[in-house]
Design a protein around this ligand. Structure first.
Ligand code: 5AD
Ligand code: SF4
Length: 472
């Protein structure tokens, strides 16, 4: 009989967490085996997957891009909109054949969808070949759950209803060597009436400033040049901390870390975007001149029903203030069309607002009813065809706006942080401006991770093309 694999998985104590990581590294349970993670949804999920990859790497597993070959296949799920959920169901279904081909293979499903207990139960019943199911609040306990799954022939399922304390020092394996995500806070307190996030990610919890700054310092030592501070609403960072320390202070302290050239952040709720933040951004060259500021709708009536707690006038006032201090800033947004009760008149107000702001780009969504949120119970839902027609009109307007905003860059000299080769052509490299514009240009591997001057030759809707200007 094989030796039973056990591991003491800590709940939250840092000392225990460190011992546990040592145990992972010493036992190397996954030596010679491979993993493949499929991630759905936002940057938070992408970063959670980097933590899952870190834990697997500490166990000795190596990554494979071939899903059908992997010994551990993990789906990190998203439930913000229904289509993401439907894709997950379809894709889990197709794993059945893989499991039959190799019954020792472990199939795991985790992330936001699993925080809804009815969905976790549904997956367990419908896809009995899934070995392990866990949620977002117990991500750090994954190695222990994986070992249990390896020893068991029924589904291991662990979902925690409450968020608990923040667990620091979770292993991490980041995707690139230039730019890194750093989570500064978890959860959301806003309860927008359409949104499932506060229900699955819990209340706002800010990481301690020292822990964040230490992580950024480590990243700088490892050679990372850019960091993106992540949170559902970074503007309310620190409000739950005992010490008096807010987001703009964290940004200012982050700029002091040598080696980090650029600091980005997302997402900002318009109601919490403070003047102090705007001044900090204007003052510090390292703070990226880009704000992602989701408007969601241009109609005050819909904004009220969405529980967004600002009017379009408040929003436009913020934009005016930002641009009066940083005229070249790039502004991006999220917009939902077809929220319950949205009339043609309401929708036209959104189109008008888009024109007034002149966005650099936007993510646009068809409203998707989410069980458990107030908007899903409304009886005045909008027909899918109407939603789609509005989305097409909105995207049309936004594309024109993106194109116009990009044309401003033509013939200009910009500083680009080189990320790596482009996916399409050899010798073509890609990077981003301070304002988060993608720039493609002819280059060589030597420039990866460097800030280079580029003269923009061509502006397209989604990207810019340019030429490196040596010593520019
Ligand atoms: N339907 C459509 N879009 C949604 N979003 C959040 N919840 C929903 C929903 N139920 C969008 C919002 C948010 C972005 C991350 O996802 O625009 O800003
Ligand atoms: Fe969802 Fe609103 Fe929180 Fe954003 S601010 S995560 S839209 S509830």
């Amino acid at each position: 009989m094989s030796e039973r694999k056990t591991l003491t998985v800590p709940n939250e104590e840092i000392v225990e967490q460190k011992l546990y990581i040592e145990e992972l590294k010493s036992k190397l349970w996954g030596k010679g085996l491979t993993y493949h993670i499929v991630t759905y949804g936002c940057q938070m999920n992408v970063h959670d997957s980097e933590n899952l990859a870190g834990m697997l790497a500490d166990m000795g597993y190596t990554e494979t891009s071939e899903q059908h070959e992997a010994d551990v296949i993990l789906f990190n799920t998203c439930c913000v909109r229904e289509n993401a959920e439907l894709r997950v169901y379809g894709n889990i279904g197709s794993l059945k054949a893989y499991k039959q081909a190799n019954p020792n293979r472990i199939i795991g499903v985790c992330g936001c969808m699993m925080q809804q207990s009815d969905i976790a139960d549904y997956i367990k019943k419908t896809f009995p070949f899934v070995d392990v199911i866990f949620g977002t609040h117990n991500l750090h306990r994954f190695p222990g759950l994986l070992l249990q799954a390896l020893d068991s022939n029924h589904t291991i399922i662990e979902i925690m209803d409450t968020e608990g304390k923040i667990v620091e020092h979770i292993p991490v394996k980041r995707a690139t060597g230039v730019s890194a995500w750093v989570t500064i806070m978890y959860g959301c307190n806003n309860f927008c009436s359409y949104c499932i996030v506060p229900h699955v990610r819990g209340r706002e919890r800010s990481r301690r400033p020292d822990d964040i700054l230490e992580e950024i310092q480590t990243l700088a030592n490892e050679g990372y040049k850019e960091i993106t501070l992540l949170g559902q609403n970074v503007n309310s960072y620190g409000k739950d901390l005992e010490q008096n320390y807010l987001f703009h202070q964290l940004l200012r302290d982050s700029t002091k870390i040598e080696g980090i050239e650029r600091i980005r952040f997302m997402t900002s709720h318009p109601k919490d975007l403070s003047d102090e933040l705007i001044y900090a951004m204007a003052e510090h060259g390292k703070l990226s001149k880009h704000i992602h500021l989701p408007i969601q709708s241009g109609s005050n009536r819909i904004l009220r029903d969405m529980n967004r707690k600002y009017t379009k006038e408040d929003y436009l006032e913020r934009v005016k203030k930002i641009r009066s201090i940083m005229p070249d800033i790039s502004l991006t947004t999220d917009i939902i069309v077809g929220f319950p009760g949205e009339t043609e008149e309401d929708f036209r107000e959104t189109l008008k607002l888009v024109e007034q702001v002149g966005y650099d780009s936007a993510f646009t969504f068809l409203y998707s009813p989410r069980k458990g949120t107030p908007a899903a119970n409304k009886t005045n839902q909008i027909e899918q065809e109407v939603k789609k027609e509005r989305l097409a009109r909105l995207n049309n307007k936004l594309n024109k706006s993106s194109n116009e905003r990009n044309l401003i860059y033509k013939d200009k000299l910009v500083k680009v942080l080189v990320e790596g080769p482009s996916k399409t052509k050899e010798d073509i490299y890609t990077g981003r401006t301070d304002t988060n514009k993608i720039v493609n240009f002819e280059s060589c591997p030597d420039l990866v991770g460097k800030l280079v001057s580029i003269r923009i030759k061509k502006a397209q809707t989604w990207s810019l093309e340019g030429e490196v200007v040596p010593n520019g």
